[in-house]
Ligand binder design. Sequence first.
Ligand SMILES: Nc1ncnc2c1ncn2[C@@H]1O[C@H](COP(=O)(O)OP(=O)(O)OP(=O)(O)O)[C@@H](O)[C@H]1O
Ligand SMILES: [Mg+2]
Length: 406
Amino acid sequence: MIERITIENFKSLKKVDICLGALNLFIGTNASGKSNFFDALRLLQGIGNGFTVSEILDGKPKSATSEVWDGIRGGTAKACFANGASGGDITISVSGKRADRSWQSWEYVISFSAAEGRVTGEKLKVGHNIFDSAPVTKNLPADPVFEVRYFGGAQGKPPHLKFERSRPVLGQFAKGNGKWKKGDAELAQEVATLLANTQRVDPHPSELRNYSQAHQIQRMGEHGENFAALVKTLCQDAKAKDAYLTWLRQLRPAEVEDVGTLSGAVGEPLFMLKEGGKEFPAPVLSDGTLRFAAIAAAFFQPDMPGIMTIEEIENGIHASRVRLLMELLRSRAKTGKPQIMATTHSPIVLAWLKEPEYRTTFFCKRDESTGESKICPLHEIPHFAEVVKKQPISDLFAEGWLEAAI
Ligand SMILES: Nc1ncnc2c1ncn2[C@@H]1O[C@H](COP(=O)(O)OP(=O)(O)OP(=O)(O)O)[C@@H](O)[C@H]1O
Ligand SMILES: [Mg+2]
């Protein structure tokens, strides 16, 4: 889990420093910077995948080792704050506790020039310092080689290691090489995997209505590709199916009797709900039902991502059922995996927040004069705690109080 993230000079996020929890909600008007924050997480995913700086930003075709990568909205040209007008590199730092050794912390920092597609600074600590470019003074901007100081060497002067500069060191270091300890390469891989293991859940009803190409799958695609295959997989585990069905029944009480899949000509699965003794295949189910079913299924994937991002959770779901979705996110966040990041425009979601959740509910606002986005947890907004006792938070949101308070 990422416990703290700082972002500098990336898109509208000139300077952001926030502490994250298991369930994180991002609210704010259009163009306030919510998706830009998600883009920063995507950037980290690209780093974890071992891509070059240019590939991360501008995209990459499918290869033997990776799927198609879309890049970041706007690509290289729009990556820096104010499109680079103010100069400077983009810096992102992330830290947290190790999954199975929570007494040990990890920290990863990267700086890079988007325009030149080069890394300009990088540091990794997992329990102990592993590498850091800061002590290296001879890293010249035009040099295709990037040096970092490795702390795990023999006693005496720490050795300098050389890496390809167009690509973050993290992935290169994780691959291992006789020049550094295997154990340190494994620690770098642990962080790379954590960053890479992000799933964007943005199910499109048109995709959910399709037959799946796969017959069994451990994780569905971003837009719900192979959704039916995932449902088929999870229905084979009686406990998982039962839990999944319980959520679906709450969405449409008294109607949904069973969930499963129908088979196409060559056995390819199609999502199906059973209502009133009849089977209703995905093509006839409503958009909202399918979207909810896909988001719920994502939380029962056998291959669970470390981080899940969901934009506009309430999209297509009736106001009276948004609460159910919130409960689903809450209950899954309690299990610790995945760490959830969701955006919402719905004041209803805010009305159901519990006080401890104010710490990880972030209000995003873009300053009109500077174009800079601020991301502030509700509990840090001045006087928020007093005001919210007198007036529902949803009113504060709708009336623009939050906007004015930051
Ligand atoms: N390089 C940049 N420098 C400064 N601002 C930028 C940069 N790139 C994008 N922006 C601004 O960020 C805004 C978009 O922010 P973002 O996509 O995060 O909005 P959002 O909060 O997700 O909104 P919505 O709720 O509509 O999806 C754009 O209006 C754009 O002006
Ligand atoms: Mg957005």
